[in-house]
Every structure is written in C-alpha cells, then in structure tokens.
Design a protein around this ligand. Sequence first.
Ligand code: G4P
Length: 532
Amino acid sequence: MDERTQREIERRRTFAIISHPDAGKTTLTEKLLLYGGAIQSAGSVKGKQSDKHAVSDWMELEKQRGISVTSSVMQFSYSGYCINILDTPGHQDFSEDTYRTLMAADSAVMVIDAAKGIEPQTRKLFHVCAKRGIPIFTFINKLDREARDPFDLLDELEREFGIGTYPMNWPISCGVIFKGVFDRRARCIHTFDNFHGGRNRLSTIECDITDTAKLDELIGENLRAELVEQIELLDGASFDFDMDAIAHGKLSPVFFGSALNNFGVEDFLESFLQMTTAPLSRKTDTGETVDPFDDGFSAFVFKIQANMNKAHRDRIAFLRICSGKFNRGEEYYHMQGGKPIKLAQPQQMMAEEREGISEAFAGDIIGVFDPGIFSIGDTVCAKSRKVRFSGVPTFAPEHFAMIEQIDAMKRKQFAKGMNQIAQEGAIQIFFEPDAGMERVVVGVIGMLQYDVLKFRMKSEYGVDYLHRDLPYQFIQRIVKSDKDTARLDLASDTKRILDVHGNEYLVFTGRWSVQWALDHNEGLVLEDFDRM
Ligand code: G4P
C-alpha cells in the first residue's frame, strides 16, 4: 500500500450519532459540521426539516427531492482527521435502515437529553451497537435546562446497558444556574456564559477542586461544596479510565454539555477524536479478517435507496469501504452477482450536496448507481482478492400486516414489486404455509414503511392492494421441532409463517404466548430473529 493511501485511511473516523428524537442529535451534528467548516450556518442540516414533516408531506417531499436529499453520510475535515458522520434517521422514518446504518460505523455517539435519560429509541440503537462491541461515547445534552441528577443518569446507563461510564467532565448545576463543567482530566473549569448563548469561545479557568477561594468566587460557596464532594466521590469510586475498555464498548466516556449553546461541543469533538478508532477490520463469511490497510479494495452494501421519483427509477447503493482504496473507473468484482463490475456514478454525500468522486478510502461511505443488481449485505472487491463479508444482519420486524393483491391480472407486477422492495431491505416478506404469492405477510420496523410500500407499489408497479394490520409484535425462528411444524399446538394468537428461503417462524402478540408455545410443544426450540 502506498504511503498516501495509508495516511488517508489512518485519518478516517467514521461514526454514527444515535439518539431518541428531540434529544439534540441534529443540533449536535450541525455544530460538529460548523467546526469542520462543512456548513456555514446552523439550520442547514437537511434531516431536520424533513424529520418534522407529517407522513403525507414526507411523500410529497421525497417525490420532489428524489434521492439526493436524504443524505446518508456527511464528510468533513477537522484537525487533520477526515470525519464521516453517519446519519441515523429517527422520527417517523425510523426503520431497519436506521439499524443497518450502524453496521457501517466504527463507533457511536449517543446523545441523551439530561432531563429524560434513556428513551426507547436510544435503547434499541444502543443494543445494536453493543452487539458489535464498538466504542460508544455519551453526550448528555441540554444542561442549560433543568436536568436530572448526573449520578442518577450515569447509574441508569450502567444499570440498563450493563456498561461502565467515565464522566470526562462534570456539570456544575443546571438550568438557569448552570455554571459550566469541571474537566476531570485537565482539572479546570469551562464556564458557561448564558448571556452570550455560547457564541463566544468558552473561558477556561485553571482551577482544581482544592482551589477553594477561586471556586467560591466563580461558582459560590454552596455549589463549590457540592462540586468538591461530587468530584471526590467520582475520583474515588467511579470506573477507572481504561482505553481498552472504551475500545471494546465496555466503558463509555460521558460528556455533559449543551449542543444548542455550543457548550462543550468542541471539547467533546477533540476528546472524542483522540479516543475513537480509525477504521476497524471486518470479518468475512469464512471468519477471515480483512484489515483496512489490506491493499485490495473491498466494500459491502449496507443500504439501498430507491428513488421515489417516477421519472428516475434508479436506485443508489451505499457501500462502506472496508479495505484499500476505491478508484473511479476501475473494474471490481461483485461477489454475489459473480461478475466483474464497474461502479457507476460514485459519489459522496457532503452536508449539503452530493459530489462525484474519483477516489475514496477504507472508512469512507460511497453511493453508487444501482441498476437493480445489489442486495443488502453484498460484497464488492478487487478482482485480485476475492472476499465475501459476513453480511448485514436482519432485524426483527415490530409490525406485521397482511397484504393481499386485488387484481388477479397484476399478479406478476405484485410479486415483482414485493420482491424488489424486500430486496432493498425496506420491508420483509413472509408467506402463510400453502398460500401463494397473492397474499403476503409484510413485516416492518417503522410504520412509515407501509406508506412507502403503498406509494411505491402504485407508482412503480401500478398495483393496488388491500392492507390489513395484524396484531403480532414478536417473531421467533423455529430452530427445531419434534413434531411436524404444521401440527404444533399453538395459542389462537400465534401464527406460523415462512420466509422466501422456506425458514419457518412463529409470530406472537405477546411474550406470554411464546412461553405457551414452548410449554405445549415438547422439543420445540425457538430463537430470536435478530442475527448479528
Ligand atoms: P433530534 O435531532 O435529536 O431530534 O433533536 P434536535 O437537534 O432537532 O433538537 C430538538 C430540540 O431540542 C430543538 O428545539 C433544539 O433546538 C433543542 N435543543 C437541542 N440542544 C439543546 C440544548 O442544548 N439546550 C436546549 N435548551 N435545547 C436544545 P425545537 O424547539 O424542537 O426546535 P427549534 O425550533 O429550536 O429548531
């Protein structure tokens, strides 16, 4: 590998920001982009406005905007690093894509609202990151508002997520009397200046907790006493700083701040960049490790985005580069297709636009034109070194619906549309035993996918269908059964379904019926749907 490629890979930092809606993900992303000079003013991160649109608006919007608007990754440089922030759509368009995006990240930043603590969407996203064992950093946001006790918040993270926490800084009160944070490693105070709304650079005052007089002057006697007690407690009783534990996602460095006021953001960015990882190696399906510094190019598809605009039926496949360097125009090999391939119209998403590119490096994400040949998880690699990555996991659908075709004359279009949209990974399709293709069970993670499906089936395939919500919420795979699975003794709210490969599943309306099935069928073995 030439020196330049090596240097480029070393300086890549690719991470996802995860949070529950409204915790401040967009605001934090924006501030990071401002530091990187990638945008000129706040309010220009696109996800924000579109996130807030109602469903019908969103459809209209997608149609007008075409593919380009939903940026998938934002690249910028800061302090010698080349940073790729992966966008994890939240709000109504929360879907399997949100989870899959995490497969392309090397670390994650979890934004938490200090008044709320862990919320449902954070929990789900955290678990996906935790399964991969990637480093997870925590930004506890909105300290300028009334917040929960910081010890309480840390305790919740440790208890619920089973990780250690290491507060890098510590808040001095919150809300209207928020004074700033104590930096535990530099032993200094960054004061919060509400008046300037964070527009000025922070003032940093060197001042350890032993400098009583200085502290009294800065934050008053009461807050000083409280701070000293808290820091002593942390220094004595909390987890030790341990880079190895951070690298394996066992210990999460925690930062307190206020993204809106730009308070603590730059410090966070600098510490984060020092602690997070350069591109990680990846495993192939034979268990081999592909190092990012391996010479041969390799990448996998983690997301496919179809154009909602009828006039442009093209799709974009997003690839995470795992090793080497990508060169525009070079012929690569598509493992699943078993064919050489040239990746057409390669592009990278910048904050505000997409740009054609001629090269990219391990750690980067590129979008390429997909004439309909890619599936989620596919590998593209150098012809000289063929590898196949172990694939992108599928995640358990959380909603199920029966979709039934109305017009028998359109049977072919119905099947084609359903299969193609499932191949893109927007929905998962299942069949009832013995039923044909005219009736399918569609599983999704976000309900919005049903609207997308209806819209696309009509506009792209000219097909209308009947949609009936099903009450199921859990899905388990049948691993083993002593009886013929058609004869399983099941509760009335349990259904047996099959996927396109013929694997069998049971869907349930509640956890209790999972137990019911196990109790009434000796030898039945079920497993969770999620496979990572
Ligand atoms: P999200 O992407 O995680 O959904 O959150 P987003 O950044 O959109 O922030 C949600 C709301 O919280 C926004 O207010 C935003 O201004 C506010 N916010 C973010 N960080 C902070 C902070 O540090 N302190 C305070 N006080 N508020 C913060 P909004 O009223 O919903 O939107 P907007 O009208 O301000 O755009």
